[in-house]
Structures are given as structure tokens and as C-alpha cells.
Design a protein around this ligand. Structure first.
Ligand SMILES: *Cc1c(COP(=O)(O)O)cnc(C)c1O
Length: 397
């Protein structure tokens, strides 16, 4: 039997492969360098161009682009009216920002457990967490697979609760034939370099509701408006503007928007490649009973941002940490997305306790994210599979 590198064998590859990486081509470079010579490098025409493009891509009525995905979640929570004494329900298996947006507004995040097979927030648990204090639900399309949006929307709207969809992983995903971005009350995206499309940094909130759109614009820019219809006082002249609420500087530059616009031209290509890699991983791992493959719901046509390798510890003589280290020794650098949010010391200090969401905690102990990005070659993909197979065969009990 072939020995894994960690047990003294030869690694499957000589060079390291990382779990995510951006893809920038000459068209992207040209788009960015062109903008540098123009008059406006922030607050210029690329802002609106990107907002229009996001609407065209998703079918959403309005888009507000901003500095990053975290800022997008913050202004979405503010627009939803989240404030002190309120509760916001979200999943523990997400990046901390999905819950932090509630804290920014003085509200309390409430964690609803995930489904143990799809890894997305369980609507039955969401229902059980709803109280008269619930102002919003932040549903994450974890790994890129859409949450059960129809069920969640109905549940929220019955009680006057706003559904914010954190779709940082899910650009390019369709749910029941509709693009993610056009479905929930508000949908947020991130353009961080590990995400499907990047601007270096960047974010967006999409909505079909004009009232929410107007609030998002205000919170993006200090709570200041130049639109006379919102003025509370008499205008002093053409320069006049008013701060009518407390907002932030969450603007994005035209430089970043130019890059995102250029990247979006490749979205279909990015999406197709990610789907092909996922298909190959699934085929290979479904044959190994020592592994559990993430369940897909038929409603979601998924552009996957993350590929989760989940081990069945009862079938192996090593745990997740051992498996992760064995992969690293093969020169395959994995990641773990995510530590349950309420396990972080900051959340512990707020009173959250281990044991709150058993499905999420179990998933955390058994999973790692495998390399998944557009520019991976077929040989890269096969080397990841070979490494997994070698480790599984060597350590199976
Ligand atoms: C990346 C990410 C964010 C935050 O986006 P930034 O652009 O990094 O601020 C929020 N939620 C999820 C689920 C993410 O993956």
C-alpha cells in the first residue's frame, strides 16, 4: 500500500496548491489601468455601470455596490431596521461577518442549527428561534448552494421579518430557475479574491424594494443625501446636502468596479469550471464510504465556492486534524470554513455556549475545504483526489 507523505511516503505533488485563488487575465489588467487615467477614480461612472450589470445578471431591480461584503451586510441590516433589543437569526457555519452585522446594530445574533446533510440553515430551527424580537434572518448560501429560500421567505413574511441572503459564496447560483440576487428581500455579495469574482475588495446589496434601496444608498454614504425629496430643511443653494441619518463611508472605487465588471464577463466560464471540478470530486468521493459528500437540493443549480471534504471519523484511524495535516504533507493546502461563529472568544464572552447547534459543531469537527478555483488544472484536481484516496486507504479502519 502506498504510504502518505506524512507517514514517510512521497507527496502526490512537489508544488503547493492552495484552497482558493483569484484569476486575473489581460482584459482585467487593461480595464484597471484604463480607469487610472480617467477623471473619476471613485464615485465615477463605473459604480452605476456595475450596479446595472448586477441587476441585469440577476434580474434584481436595484443594486448598491460598496466597499466589501461585510459593509454590504451592515447596511442591509440597517436598512432592515435592525437595532438595539432586536434579534437576528443566522447560521453558525459561516464567516463571522454574517452574525457581526447584527452586533454592529446593537442587536443579538441568534444561531439556528444547520441541516446535517446540506449544511445550510435548517428552516425548522429558524422557525423555532423566531420571537417577537426577531427583526431579520440572515440566511447564508453556504458553499454556493442556495438555502431553502422559498420556505424561509414565507416564514419571514408571515411575521413581518426581513430575509437577508448572504450570498457571498453564491454568485452565479440559480434557485428554482431564478438567479440568486433577485429572490430575497436583500441579497449581499462579496468580491474578495477567494470568491468567484473579485475586485480585490468589494461588496453589493441587491433588492427589489425601492424603500430598502433608498436606505442602502444613504447608509453607504454617511447618511448624507443630495436628493431634494429627502431634505428636512430649505436648501441653501446648488451645493446643498443634508445628513439625515448616521451612515458610513462604505463607498467602493471605480478602480475596483472596473475589475469586477471585467471579471463578470467571465462569470459563465468561472461557473462552468467550478461545476466541472465539483462533479469530478463528487464522482471520486462518492466511491469512498469513509467520506460524506454534501447533499445537493434539486432547487439549487449551484456555482460552488467551497468544496467540503467531510470524513466519517468512525471509519478512519485519524481525525480531521490528522487528515488536514496529512493533506498538507502531500502539498495540498486545505482550509476549514468555518469555526462555528459562537465558539469565538468574543461570542463566548457574550454568553454563547458550546452545544448550542450540535449539527454545526459535528460538521466542524469532520470537515475541511479542498482546493476549488477556476484556474486549477485537471492534473491539480487529480492530485487532490489521489492524495485523499491515499490517505483514506492508509488510515481506514
Ligand atoms: C467573504 C464572506 C463575507 C464577507 O465578505 P468581505 O468582502 O470579506 O467583507 C461574508 N459572509 C460570507 C459567508 C463570506 O464568505
Amino acid at each position: 500500500m502506498e504510504k502518505p507523505a506524512i507517514a514517510g511516503g512521497k507527496p502526490v505533488r512537489d508544488t503547493k496548491i492552495f484552497y482558493g485563488h483569484q484569476y486575473i487575465d489581460d482584459a482585467d489588467v487593461k480595464a484597471v489601468t484604463e480607469i487610472l487615467k480617467e477623471d473619476a477614480i471613485t464615485c465615477g461612472p463605473r459604480i452605476e455601470a456595475l450596479e446595472k450589470k448586477l441587476c441585469a445578471l440577476t434580474g434584481a431591480k436595484y443594486a448598491v455596490v460598496c466597499s466589501n461584503g461585510t459593509a454590504a451586510l451592515h447596511i442591509a441590516a440597517l436598512a432592515a431596521g435592525v437595532g438595539a433589543e432586536d434579534e437576528v437569526i443566522t447560521t453558525p457555519i459561516t464567516f463571522a461577518a454574517s452574525a457581526n452585522c447584527a452586533l454592529y446594530c446593537g442587536a443579538r445574533p441568534v444561531f439556528a442549527d444547520i441541516c446535517s446533510d446540506t449544511y445550510n440553515i435548517d428552516p425548522a430551527r429558524v422557525q423555532a428561534c423566531m420571537t417577537h424580537k426577531t427583526k431579520a434572518v440572515v440566511a447564508v448560501d453556504y458553499t454556493g448552494q442556495a438555502a431553502q429560500l422559498d420556505v424561509l421567505l414565507e416564514m419571514c413574511h408571515k411575521r413581518g421579518i426581513i430575509l437577508i441572503e448572504d450570498a457571498a459564496h453564491a454568485l452565479g447560483t440559480n434557485y428554482k430557475g431564478r438567479a440568486v440576487g433577485s429572490i430575497s428581500d436583500m441579497t449581499t455579495f462579496s468580491f474578495h479574491p477567494v470568491k468567484t469574482v473579485t475586485g480585490g475588495e468589494g461588496g453589493a446589496v441587491l433588492t427589489n424594494r425601492e424603500d430598502l434601496y433608498k436606505k442602502l444608498l444613504l447608509y453607504r454614504t454617511h447618511g448624507i443625501t443630495k436628493d431634494p425629496q429627502f431634505f428636512e430643511k430649505v436648501s441653501h443653494g446648488p451645493w446643498y446636502h443634508e445628513q439625515i441619518d448616521l451612515g458610513y463611508n462604505y463607498r467602493i472605487t471605480d478602480i475596483q468596479c472596473a475589475l469586477i465588471l471585467s471579471q463578470l464577463d467571465k462569470l459563465e466560464q468561472f461557473s462552468a469550471r467550478r461545476k466541472a471540478i465539483v462533479k469530478r470530486y463528487d464522482e471520486a468521493f462518492l466511491e469512498m464510504p469513509e467520506l460524506f459528500v454534501q447533499q445537493e437540493i434539486p432547487e439549487s443549480d449551484t456555482t460552488r465556492h467551497l468544496y467540503i471534504l467531510r470524513i466519517r471519523p468512525e471509519c478512519l484511524r485519524i481525525d480531521r486534524k490528522g487528515f488536514f495535516e496529512a493533506m498538507a504533507a502531500e502539498n495540498i493546502c486545505c482550509n476549514v470554513n468555518y469555526i462555528p461563529v459562537y465558539w469565538h472568544p468574543y461570542y463566548e464572552r457574550l454568553g454563547y455556549k458550546k452545544g448550542l447547534c450540535p449539527n454545526a459543531e459535528r460538521l466542524y469537527e469532520e470537515m475541511m475545504s479542498l482546493p476549488l478555483y477556476y484556474s486549477m488544472t485537471d492534473a491539480d484536481v487529480e492530485s487532490v483526489i489521489m492524495a485523499v484516496r491515499k490517505i483514506v486507504n492508509y488510515y481506514k479502519s
